[in-house]
Write a protein that binds this ligand. Sequence first.
Ligand code: ADP
Ligand code: MG
Length: 296
Amino acid sequence: STPVAAFCALSNAAKSGLLVKGAEHLETLAKVKIMAFDKTGTITTGEFVVADFRPLVQDDHMTLHKLLYWVASIESKSSHPMAEALVKYAKSYTVEPKPDDVEEFYNFPGEGICGKIDGKDIYVGNKKIAVRAGCATLPIIEDDEMEGKSIGYIFSGSVPAGIFSLSDVCRTGVKEAIQELKSMGIKTAMLTGDHQAAAKHAQNQIGGALELVHAELLPEDKARIIKDFQRESATAMIGDGLNDAAALATADIGISMGISGSALAMETGNIILMSNDIRKIPQAVRLARKTKQKIL
Ligand code: ADP
Ligand code: MG
């Protein structure tokens, strides 16, 4: 009856929108005492709206249209949630992105992107991308001046060329899901590549439900924090991005977002949340715990 119970559990999970890549993962999930959530695209929808976008120096060489053309063309080669919003924003100014004009595209997970266009190396990303661009004097924007929005910087070579901000909202049911996990004896954390104030803003939106918040993390930082958690107990990681892949692989259980997740995250995860509905996670833990009782 053991394989039958396991099979039933997998098929029940599938019916509720959870693709579990093997019965052993349910067994591990039953033991998990810590769950770490990525922010952008996992706790939040990742459906960004551009709030502000401006060149830092406005002259004949740097117009808003030129900056939009650079950013939208390069971002149209990225699968990051922010990319879609920036492309849409450019189109609202009748600027058509031209991905074919971009040479030497690079993606730096957790930082941003870079591409050659109009003979210039253009960098788009967070504070960390300034180092890639070779810029020592970043035009510092006070994070808390931005009301928790995500902030983007644009460099032409090593010269700061523009700045933008965008925001998204938390998914429905995240607060309830986190509270339910807590009532089940599971500690929850946020691990994000975004800046502190944006992380705090998301945490406030869900009524401070998460126990721990870690911001400004690189992919390897996320994996290192998972390893720290594992010293305490079995740990699950939930994420959607390229920058979550290492943490998803390190965790005892990796859960990846289905609809909007990056291909790499979905490949790495042991469980795929087909509906993107975080409320399925406490449900899955209950199912896993019940199945374990039946098997033992
Ligand atoms: P999270 O870890 O919360 O999911 P992200 O996956 O959004 O965070 O990555 C962290 C940060 O890296 C973002 O907040 C953003 O500043 C920057 N970033 C990554 N990719 C891009 C991109 N294509 N364009 C602009 N910024 C990017
Ligand atoms: Mg993400």
